[in-house]
Ligand binder design. Structure first.
Ligand code: ASP
Length: 289
């Protein structure tokens, strides 16, 4: 096996409001990039890297994942997350989970358990308990900001990460509170493998954000990798996928891509999608927004 040059890209959701404090978003993205990068440069796996990057954003109250997630129509938080490793297409996901501050870690436990790909609701919580995951009071995840926004029905800030490790493995992860005011029990694209999240080490990895129902209709994650295969250019492939989302899915959003060579691409149809990426050639995170 030849050592690969590692790389990592993260996003903080396609619905970010350009008028609202970019510095806080930039700092959150930078911390997440560095949290994943520390793992990769220490010889950690791509799965470790994307989990760490996403956990950092789940803990940040400004993003719609973990603490700070949006509220559903019942004024409660239900979280979706998925994680995938592209060597053997191993994946795990959780939908509509409550009481868990880091759903990406629960998704990883589903992946490692290996029996199922997706667990939802009370069944996911029972699995979390068996797996010894810490539980929290649902009220601890609700921020004052999201309580205010609940009244406005705004939902920016889903998070995601894609990493390539030294062994050439690609992993992708996505975590979200979903769309504001969604019906209780709704599961979006983020938890659905092939829609919001996908990875295939021979090709690349992807994490999507935006109108979940549109992303599901277009099977956007897998379509983005098909575009990458055809075009061999992550930036171009990301743009093609963003166009597919608008034209075929009938929604708005964006995505990040990383190919097997460590080249990054991203595109969005919305005004702002915070992203950051890092590679040995750029050891200080690039935060291009
Ligand atoms: N795609 C997410 C969902 O529909 C929301 C988002 O990315 O803003 O659950």
């Amino acid at each position: 096996m030849t050592a690969r040059v590692p790389a990592l890209i993260v996003h903080g959701g396609a619905g970010a409001d350009p008028a609202e404090g970019r510095d806080e978003l930039r700092n959150g993205i930078r911390e997440a990039v560095l949290a994943g990068w520390v793992r990769l440069t220490a010889g950690g796996t791509a799965l470790d890297a994307v989990e760490s990057a996403v956990r950092s954003l789940e803990a940040h109250p400004r993003f719609n994942a973990g603490r700070g997630a949006v509220l559903n129509a019942a004024g409660e938080i239900e979280l979706d997350a998925a994680i995938m490793e592209g060597d053997r297409l191993r994946c795990g996901a959780v939908g509509a989970v409550t009481r868990i501050a880091h759903p990406v870690t629960l998704a990883r436990k589903v992946l490692e358990d290996g029996r199922h790909v997706l667990l939802v609701g009370d069944g996911a919580l029972a699995f979390a308990r068996q797996a010894g995951m810490p539980e929290c009071d649902p009220a601890e995840l609700i921020t004052e900001r999201q309580r205010r926004r609940y009244l406005e029905r705004a939902a920016p800030g889903t998070v995601g990460a894609v990493a390539l490790d030294l062994r050439g493995t690609i992993a992708a992860a996505t975590s979200t509170g979903g769309t504001a005011g969604k019906l209780p029990g709704r599961v979006g694209d983020s938890a659905l493998i092939g829609c919001g999240t996908y990875a295939e080490s021979a090709l690349g990895g992807v994490s999507c954000t935006g109108d979940g129902e549109a992303i599901i209709r277009a099977v956007l994650g897998r379509r983005a990798l098909d575009a990458l295969k055809a075009l061999n250019d992550p930036a171009h492939a990301a743009q093609v996928a963003a166009d597919v989302l608008v034209q075929e899915g009938g929604g708005q959003g964006g995505l990040i891509l990383l190919d097997w060579r460590g080249r990054v691409g991203w595109a969005h149809s919305t005004p702002l999608m915070p992203i950051g990426w890092i590679s040995p050639a750029h050891p200080d995170p690039i935060i291009p927004f």
